[in-house]
Design a protein around this ligand. Structure first.
Ligand code: NAD
Ligand code: LMR
Length: 311
Protein backbone atom coordinates (compact mmCIF):
# COMPACT_ATOMS: atom_id res chain seq x y z
CA UNK A 1 0.00 0.00 0.00
CA UNK A 2 1.65 3.21 -1.17
CA UNK A 3 0.48 6.60 0.03
CA UNK A 4 1.47 9.95 -1.47
CA UNK A 5 0.53 13.37 -0.11
CA UNK A 6 0.49 16.48 -2.27
CA UNK A 7 0.44 19.76 -0.35
CA UNK A 8 -1.02 22.68 -2.30
CA UNK A 9 -4.11 21.87 -4.35
CA UNK A 10 -3.53 24.67 -6.86
CA UNK A 11 -2.53 24.29 -10.48
CA UNK A 12 0.61 22.18 -9.99
CA UNK A 13 -0.57 20.20 -6.95
CA UNK A 14 -3.93 19.20 -8.44
CA UNK A 15 -2.26 18.22 -11.73
CA UNK A 16 0.29 16.13 -9.86
CA UNK A 17 -2.45 14.41 -7.81
CA UNK A 18 -4.40 13.69 -10.98
CA UNK A 19 -1.38 12.07 -12.68
CA UNK A 20 -0.60 10.05 -9.53
CA UNK A 21 -4.20 8.82 -9.49
CA UNK A 22 -4.89 8.01 -13.13
CA UNK A 23 -1.53 6.33 -13.59
CA UNK A 24 -2.12 4.36 -10.36
CA UNK A 25 1.26 5.41 -8.99
CA UNK A 26 -0.06 5.13 -5.42
CA UNK A 27 -3.02 3.40 -3.77
CA UNK A 28 -3.93 6.56 -1.89
CA UNK A 29 -3.30 10.20 -2.74
CA UNK A 30 -4.01 12.88 -0.12
CA UNK A 31 -4.35 16.46 -1.33
CA UNK A 32 -3.97 19.23 1.28
CA UNK A 33 -4.59 22.97 0.96
CA UNK A 34 -5.06 25.86 3.34
CA UNK A 35 -8.06 27.18 1.39
CA UNK A 36 -11.28 25.73 2.82
CA UNK A 37 -12.81 23.01 0.64
CA UNK A 38 -10.46 23.29 -2.35
CA UNK A 39 -8.48 20.10 -1.70
CA UNK A 40 -11.60 18.14 -0.79
CA UNK A 41 -13.35 19.32 -3.96
CA UNK A 42 -10.45 18.55 -6.28
CA UNK A 43 -9.83 15.14 -4.67
CA UNK A 44 -13.51 14.28 -5.12
CA UNK A 45 -13.47 15.44 -8.74
CA UNK A 46 -10.39 13.29 -9.47
CA UNK A 47 -12.04 10.26 -7.83
CA UNK A 48 -15.22 10.79 -9.88
CA UNK A 49 -13.04 10.49 -13.01
CA UNK A 50 -11.89 6.99 -11.92
CA UNK A 51 -14.84 5.06 -13.40
CA UNK A 52 -14.34 6.92 -16.71
CA UNK A 53 -10.57 6.60 -16.94
CA UNK A 54 -10.45 3.22 -15.17
CA UNK A 55 -8.22 3.51 -12.11
CA UNK A 56 -8.70 2.59 -8.48
CA UNK A 57 -6.45 5.04 -6.64
CA UNK A 58 -8.32 6.66 -3.74
CA UNK A 59 -8.02 10.44 -3.58
CA UNK A 60 -8.72 12.26 -0.32
CA UNK A 61 -8.81 15.99 0.32
CA UNK A 62 -8.04 17.90 3.49
CA UNK A 63 -8.16 21.53 4.59
CA UNK A 64 -4.98 21.75 6.63
CA UNK A 65 -5.67 18.54 8.62
CA UNK A 66 -2.34 16.76 8.44
CA UNK A 67 -3.55 13.73 10.40
CA UNK A 68 -4.99 12.53 7.07
CA UNK A 69 -1.48 12.52 5.58
CA UNK A 70 -0.09 10.17 8.27
CA UNK A 71 2.21 7.43 7.05
CA UNK A 72 2.85 8.91 3.59
CA UNK A 73 5.72 7.34 1.65
CA UNK A 74 6.27 10.48 -0.42
CA UNK A 75 5.14 14.07 0.12
CA UNK A 76 5.15 16.56 -2.74
CA UNK A 77 5.14 20.21 -1.60
CA UNK A 78 3.67 22.61 -4.15
CA UNK A 79 2.16 25.14 -1.73
CA UNK A 80 3.16 28.74 -2.28
CA UNK A 81 2.73 31.69 -4.58
CA UNK A 82 3.46 31.35 -8.27
CA UNK A 83 5.11 34.32 -9.99
CA UNK A 84 3.29 36.86 -12.13
CA UNK A 85 4.67 38.56 -15.27
CA UNK A 86 7.62 40.82 -14.43
CA UNK A 87 8.65 38.80 -11.37
CA UNK A 88 11.62 36.47 -10.94
CA UNK A 89 11.28 33.22 -9.00
CA UNK A 90 13.54 34.72 -6.33
CA UNK A 91 10.94 37.45 -5.67
CA UNK A 92 8.77 34.72 -4.08
CA UNK A 93 11.30 33.82 -1.38
CA UNK A 94 9.85 35.63 1.61
CA UNK A 95 6.26 34.36 1.36
CA UNK A 96 7.11 30.88 0.15
CA UNK A 97 9.84 30.24 2.74
CA UNK A 98 7.28 30.75 5.53
CA UNK A 99 4.80 28.44 3.78
CA UNK A 100 7.36 25.70 3.03
CA UNK A 101 8.67 25.87 6.62
CA UNK A 102 5.28 25.41 8.27
CA UNK A 103 4.10 22.79 5.77
CA UNK A 104 7.30 20.74 6.17
CA UNK A 105 7.00 20.83 9.97
CA UNK A 106 3.39 19.58 9.75
CA UNK A 107 4.24 16.88 7.21
CA UNK A 108 7.15 15.49 9.19
CA UNK A 109 5.11 15.21 12.40
CA UNK A 110 2.80 12.70 10.71
CA UNK A 111 5.17 11.07 8.17
CA UNK A 112 8.65 11.05 9.72
CA UNK A 113 9.91 8.50 7.16
CA UNK A 114 8.58 10.23 4.05
CA UNK A 115 10.70 11.36 1.15
CA UNK A 116 9.93 15.00 0.41
CA UNK A 117 9.83 16.44 -3.10
CA UNK A 118 9.80 20.23 -3.24
CA UNK A 119 8.19 22.08 -6.14
CA UNK A 120 7.60 25.57 -4.64
CA UNK A 121 9.83 28.38 -5.91
CA UNK A 122 12.53 29.58 -5.74
CA UNK A 123 13.10 25.84 -6.09
CA UNK A 124 16.70 25.29 -5.00
CA UNK A 125 16.34 27.48 -1.94
CA UNK A 126 12.93 26.07 -0.98
CA UNK A 127 14.63 22.64 -1.03
CA UNK A 128 17.14 24.13 1.43
CA UNK A 129 14.26 25.41 3.60
CA UNK A 130 12.55 22.01 3.65
CA UNK A 131 15.86 20.30 4.43
CA UNK A 132 16.40 22.67 7.38
CA UNK A 133 12.81 22.28 8.66
CA UNK A 134 12.57 18.50 8.25
CA UNK A 135 16.04 17.62 9.57
CA UNK A 136 15.95 14.58 7.27
CA UNK A 137 19.06 13.31 5.46
CA UNK A 138 19.80 15.23 2.25
CA UNK A 139 18.95 12.19 0.12
CA UNK A 140 15.33 12.40 1.30
CA UNK A 141 14.64 16.10 0.68
CA UNK A 142 14.93 16.83 -2.99
CA UNK A 143 13.67 19.38 -5.50
CA UNK A 144 11.87 19.01 -8.82
CA UNK A 145 13.13 21.25 -11.59
CA UNK A 146 15.62 19.32 -13.70
CA UNK A 147 13.04 16.95 -15.18
CA UNK A 148 10.93 19.95 -16.20
CA UNK A 149 13.80 22.00 -17.62
CA UNK A 150 15.12 18.95 -19.48
CA UNK A 151 11.63 18.17 -20.80
CA UNK A 152 11.32 21.70 -22.19
CA UNK A 153 14.71 21.35 -23.90
CA UNK A 154 13.74 17.90 -25.28
CA UNK A 155 10.37 19.18 -26.52
CA UNK A 156 11.98 22.15 -28.32
CA UNK A 157 14.54 19.83 -29.91
CA UNK A 158 11.85 17.36 -31.01
CA UNK A 159 9.98 20.22 -32.67
CA UNK A 160 13.08 21.60 -34.42
CA UNK A 161 14.20 18.17 -35.68
CA UNK A 162 10.65 16.94 -36.39
CA UNK A 163 11.23 13.74 -34.41
CA UNK A 164 9.38 12.10 -31.54
CA UNK A 165 10.01 13.70 -28.13
CA UNK A 166 10.38 10.10 -26.88
CA UNK A 167 13.68 9.75 -28.73
CA UNK A 168 15.44 12.77 -27.22
CA UNK A 169 17.61 12.01 -24.20
CA UNK A 170 19.26 14.88 -22.37
CA UNK A 171 20.35 16.25 -19.03
CA UNK A 172 20.47 19.78 -17.63
CA UNK A 173 22.24 20.72 -14.41
CA UNK A 174 22.48 23.64 -12.00
CA UNK A 175 19.92 25.92 -10.41
CA UNK A 176 16.33 26.28 -11.61
CA UNK A 177 16.63 29.65 -13.24
CA UNK A 178 18.36 31.52 -16.00
CA UNK A 179 21.72 30.11 -14.85
CA UNK A 180 20.72 26.48 -15.49
CA UNK A 181 23.40 24.48 -17.30
CA UNK A 182 22.36 22.67 -20.50
CA UNK A 183 24.73 19.94 -21.65
CA UNK A 184 24.63 19.46 -25.45
CA UNK A 185 27.51 16.97 -25.11
CA UNK A 186 25.13 14.70 -23.23
CA UNK A 187 22.15 15.16 -25.58
CA UNK A 188 21.24 12.39 -28.02
CA UNK A 189 18.49 11.68 -30.53
CA UNK A 190 17.89 7.94 -30.69
CA UNK A 191 21.51 7.49 -29.59
CA UNK A 192 22.92 9.97 -32.16
CA UNK A 193 24.76 13.00 -30.67
CA UNK A 194 22.49 16.01 -31.22
CA UNK A 195 25.38 18.07 -32.59
CA UNK A 196 25.39 15.79 -35.67
CA UNK A 197 21.77 16.68 -36.44
CA UNK A 198 21.39 20.40 -35.74
CA UNK A 199 23.60 23.40 -36.41
CA UNK A 200 25.10 25.35 -33.53
CA UNK A 201 23.02 28.51 -33.98
CA UNK A 202 19.75 26.57 -33.78
CA UNK A 203 20.94 24.59 -30.77
CA UNK A 204 22.06 27.78 -28.99
CA UNK A 205 18.64 29.36 -29.61
CA UNK A 206 16.92 26.28 -28.14
CA UNK A 207 19.19 26.43 -25.08
CA UNK A 208 18.32 30.11 -24.56
CA UNK A 209 14.60 29.40 -24.93
CA UNK A 210 14.91 26.56 -22.40
CA UNK A 211 16.60 28.82 -19.83
CA UNK A 212 13.68 31.23 -19.96
CA UNK A 213 11.05 28.54 -20.61
CA UNK A 214 9.20 29.17 -17.33
CA UNK A 215 9.06 32.91 -18.01
CA UNK A 216 7.72 32.35 -21.55
CA UNK A 217 4.68 30.60 -20.03
CA UNK A 218 4.24 33.20 -17.27
CA UNK A 219 4.07 35.89 -19.96
CA UNK A 220 1.46 33.94 -21.93
CA UNK A 221 -0.78 32.95 -19.00
CA UNK A 222 -0.21 35.55 -16.26
CA UNK A 223 0.76 32.70 -13.91
CA UNK A 224 3.23 29.86 -14.16
CA UNK A 225 3.01 26.43 -15.80
CA UNK A 226 1.39 23.33 -14.29
CA UNK A 227 0.88 20.42 -16.71
CA UNK A 228 4.58 19.63 -17.25
CA UNK A 229 5.59 20.56 -13.66
CA UNK A 230 2.81 18.43 -12.11
CA UNK A 231 3.72 15.47 -14.33
CA UNK A 232 7.43 15.87 -13.57
CA UNK A 233 6.82 15.78 -9.81
CA UNK A 234 4.61 12.70 -10.26
CA UNK A 235 7.40 11.02 -12.26
CA UNK A 236 9.82 11.56 -9.36
CA UNK A 237 7.29 10.15 -6.87
CA UNK A 238 6.77 7.13 -9.13
CA UNK A 239 10.51 6.40 -9.28
CA UNK A 240 10.56 6.38 -5.48
CA UNK A 241 7.45 4.36 -4.66
CA UNK A 242 8.22 1.78 -7.39
CA UNK A 243 11.96 1.75 -6.58
CA UNK A 244 12.67 2.25 -10.28
CA UNK A 245 16.26 3.52 -9.98
CA UNK A 246 15.51 6.14 -12.67
CA UNK A 247 18.27 8.52 -13.72
CA UNK A 248 16.95 12.07 -13.44
CA UNK A 249 18.32 15.54 -12.82
CA UNK A 250 17.20 16.38 -9.27
CA UNK A 251 17.99 19.23 -6.86
CA UNK A 252 19.93 18.02 -3.81
CA UNK A 253 22.39 19.53 -1.35
CA UNK A 254 25.88 18.94 -2.76
CA UNK A 255 28.45 17.80 -0.25
CA UNK A 256 31.65 17.81 -2.27
CA UNK A 257 30.30 16.45 -5.56
CA UNK A 258 31.49 18.51 -8.53
CA UNK A 259 33.87 20.20 -6.09
CA UNK A 260 30.87 22.04 -4.55
CA UNK A 261 29.97 21.98 -0.88
CA UNK A 262 26.80 23.17 0.86
CA UNK A 263 24.80 24.31 -2.15
CA UNK A 264 21.47 23.00 -3.48
CA UNK A 265 21.77 22.35 -7.21
CA UNK A 266 20.33 20.11 -9.88
CA UNK A 267 22.56 17.14 -10.74
CA UNK A 268 21.91 13.74 -12.33
CA UNK A 269 21.05 11.14 -9.71
CA UNK A 270 19.66 7.63 -9.34
CA UNK A 271 16.23 7.83 -7.76
CA UNK A 272 14.76 4.83 -5.92
CA UNK A 273 12.98 3.82 -2.72
CA UNK A 274 15.59 5.55 -0.54
CA UNK A 275 15.30 8.84 -2.41
CA UNK A 276 18.58 9.83 -4.04
CA UNK A 277 20.59 6.62 -4.04
CA UNK A 278 23.60 8.04 -5.90
CA UNK A 279 24.72 11.39 -7.25
CA UNK A 280 26.22 10.81 -10.69
CA UNK A 281 29.36 12.88 -11.24
CA UNK A 282 29.93 13.77 -14.89
CA UNK A 283 33.36 14.72 -16.12
CA UNK A 284 32.52 18.31 -17.08
CA UNK A 285 34.74 20.32 -19.44
CA UNK A 286 36.02 23.79 -18.53
CA UNK A 287 33.14 25.62 -20.20
CA UNK A 288 30.53 23.47 -18.42
CA UNK A 289 32.35 23.88 -15.09
CA UNK A 290 32.29 27.67 -15.52
CA UNK A 291 28.52 27.62 -16.18
CA UNK A 292 27.96 25.44 -13.10
CA UNK A 293 30.05 27.83 -11.01
CA UNK A 294 27.89 30.79 -12.14
CA UNK A 295 24.81 28.81 -11.13
CA UNK A 296 26.37 27.88 -7.76
CA UNK A 297 27.15 31.54 -7.04
CA UNK A 298 23.60 32.61 -7.80
CA UNK A 299 21.96 29.90 -5.65
CA UNK A 300 24.41 30.58 -2.81
CA UNK A 301 23.40 34.27 -2.81
CA UNK A 302 19.72 33.34 -2.54
CA UNK A 303 20.53 30.80 0.20
CA UNK A 304 22.11 33.68 2.13
CA UNK A 305 18.86 35.66 1.82
CA UNK A 306 17.02 32.65 3.29
CA UNK A 307 19.53 32.40 6.15
CA UNK A 308 18.76 36.06 7.02
CA UNK A 309 14.99 35.42 6.86
CA UNK A 310 15.42 32.46 9.23
CA UNK A 311 17.50 34.64 11.55
N1 NAD B 1 9.87 23.63 -9.46
C1 NAD B 1 9.26 23.92 -10.59
O1 NAD B 1 9.74 23.58 -11.66
C2 NAD B 1 7.93 24.63 -10.55
C3 NAD B 1 7.07 24.58 -11.66
C4 NAD B 1 5.84 25.23 -11.58
C5 NAD B 1 5.48 25.93 -10.42
N2 NAD B 1 6.36 25.96 -9.39
C6 NAD B 1 6.01 26.62 -8.13
O2 NAD B 1 5.03 25.83 -7.47
C7 NAD B 1 4.24 26.68 -6.61
C8 NAD B 1 2.76 26.44 -6.87
O3 NAD B 1 2.40 26.87 -8.16
P1 NAD B 1 0.86 26.78 -8.64
O4 NAD B 1 0.83 27.24 -10.04
O5 NAD B 1 0.31 25.46 -8.28
O6 NAD B 1 0.21 27.89 -7.70
P2 NAD B 1 -1.32 27.98 -7.22
O7 NAD B 1 -1.53 29.34 -6.70
O8 NAD B 1 -2.21 27.48 -8.30
O9 NAD B 1 -1.40 26.92 -6.02
C9 NAD B 1 -0.73 27.09 -4.81
C10 NAD B 1 -1.63 26.53 -3.72
O10 NAD B 1 -0.91 26.54 -2.48
C11 NAD B 1 -1.89 26.77 -1.47
N3 NAD B 1 -1.24 27.17 -0.21
C12 NAD B 1 -0.71 28.37 0.13
N4 NAD B 1 -0.25 28.34 1.38
C13 NAD B 1 -0.47 27.09 1.86
C14 NAD B 1 -0.22 26.44 3.08
N5 NAD B 1 0.38 27.07 4.10
N6 NAD B 1 -0.61 25.16 3.22
C15 NAD B 1 -1.24 24.50 2.22
N7 NAD B 1 -1.50 25.07 1.03
C16 NAD B 1 -1.15 26.35 0.85
C17 NAD B 1 -2.78 27.84 -2.06
O11 NAD B 1 -4.03 27.93 -1.36
C18 NAD B 1 -2.91 27.35 -3.50
O12 NAD B 1 -4.05 26.53 -3.68
C19 NAD B 1 4.72 28.10 -6.90
O13 NAD B 1 5.65 28.50 -5.93
C20 NAD B 1 5.38 27.98 -8.26
O14 NAD B 1 6.34 28.98 -8.48
C21 NAD B 1 7.57 25.34 -9.43
O1 LMR C 1 8.57 29.83 -14.09
C1 LMR C 1 8.02 29.71 -12.99
O2 LMR C 1 7.87 30.65 -12.21
C2 LMR C 1 7.45 28.38 -12.58
C3 LMR C 1 8.38 27.23 -12.79
O3 LMR C 1 9.58 27.39 -12.12
C4 LMR C 1 8.61 26.92 -14.24
O4 LMR C 1 9.77 26.83 -14.67
O5 LMR C 1 7.61 26.73 -14.96
Amino acid sequence: MMKITVVGAGNVGATCADVLAYREIANEVVLVDIKEGVAEGKALDIFQKAPINLYDTRTIGSTNDYSKTAGSDVVVITSGLPRKPGMTRDDLIETNAGIVKSVTENVIKHSPDAIIIIVSNPLDVMTYQAHLSSKLPRTKVIGMAGILDTARYRAFLAEALDVSPKDIQAVLMGGHGDTMVPLPRYTTVGGIPVTELIDKDKLDAIIERTKTGGGELVKLMGTSAWYAPGSAAAQMAEAIVKDQKRVFPVCIKLEGEYGIDNCYLGVPVILGKNGVEKVIELDLNDEEKALLETSRKHVTEVMEVLDKLNG
